[in-house]
Design a protein around this ligand. Structure first.
Ligand SMILES: C[S@@+](CC[C@H](N)C(=O)[O-])C[C@H]1O[C@@H](n2cnc3c(N)ncnc32)[C@H](O)[C@@H]1O
Length: 265
């Protein structure tokens, strides 16, 4: 399942559930909180959150900027934005939402003091162009914080690690830019940002249902079979072992994430 075009997908509730589970996961909470701090002092500032999904980060940032500031959430998906707007209407946080693509943001040059982008560029056809577009709408001195996982780093507990590595080596090909995590720092630099710093963090998956959904197990196993890398029977047995570990409360997987900060000169 890809976030490239949620509105055209068959089962849209899947995406809402996925984002809700991700937001509730402790390791996601940890990197998200850290990323808010990386934006610097944003009290009273105008912040842009691109690819905001159902708006969790917009609401958190709106609490930080306070009544003198404002957070604008942008997303390609009207379905996800309608959930965000519904939630926003229940309170009075300083935030608003706009439907747009990161490829062409509907804002004047130099509009925002800071911008945050969380697990979005992996789905965007041209991440370099997208970052240039974000640079355009930031004011000089404005801060960018962008976050992505690196699917090459996927590790899964399993008795057959050799087979597991054959399976996981195909995982990054399920995404438009499955390797983007470790390329993020140079992408941000090449887009024209200065003072670029990168930080690694760990995403841990101990809930097998969430992991199966977030990490796309079904598609991963399918890719291993259809590319001929793994015999279908071996792949089925591999997944059966994962299910067994899950039933026994032994499931564990992890992924490295990268958070990159840059400043517009
Ligand atoms: C994995 S979700 C992450 C959502 C949110 N950042 C979070 O952490 O909860 C990716 C989001 O990017 C959005 N997206 C995908 N392509 C986009 C584009 N070209 N422009 C803006 N948003 C996009 C999707 O609709 C989805 O909401």
């Amino acid at each position: 399942m890809s976030f490239t075009n949620v509105d055209q997908a068959e089962c849209q509730s899947y995406f809402v559930e996925y984002l809700t589970q991700a937001n509730a996961s402790p390791s996601f909470q940890a990197y998200k909180q850290r990323s808010y701090q990386s934006l610097g002092d944003i009290v009273g500032k105008h912040v842009l959150e691109v690819g905001c999904g159902v708006g969790y980060d917009v609401f958190n940032l709106a609490r930080i900027v306070g009544p003198e500031g404002h957070v604008t959430g942008v997303d390609l998906s009207e379905t996800l934005l309608s959930k965000a707007r519904e939630q926003a209407a229940t309170g009075s946080l300083p935030c608003s939402f706009e439907q747009a693509s990161i490829e062409s943001l509907p804002f004047e040059d130099h509009t925002f003091d800071a911008c945050r982008i969380d697990r979005v560029l992996i789905h965007v056809p041209d991440p370099a162009q997208a970052l240039e577009e974000v640079l355009r709408v930031l004011r000089p001195g404005g801060v960018l914080v962008v976050l992505e996982g690196d699917f090459d780093s996927l590790a899964i507990a399993h008795p057959d690690q050799e087979l597991t590595q054959t399976m996981t080596s195909l995982w990054s090909s399920l995404y438009l830019h499955g390797h983007i995590g470790k390329e993020l720092s140079s992408l941000v630099q090449r887009a024209g940002f200065a003072e670029v710093v990168s930080e690694e963090y760990k995403l841990e998956f101990l809930n097998p249902d969430f992991a199966e959904s977030f990490l796309g197990f079904r598609d991963g196993v399918q890719a291993a079979i259809s590319t001929g890398a793994v015999h279908p029977l071996k792949a089925a047995l591999w997944w059966a072992d994962i299910r067994k570990l899950s039933r026994e409360g032994q499931f564990a997987a992890a992924l490295t994430g990268y958070g990159v900060r840059g400043v517009k000169q």
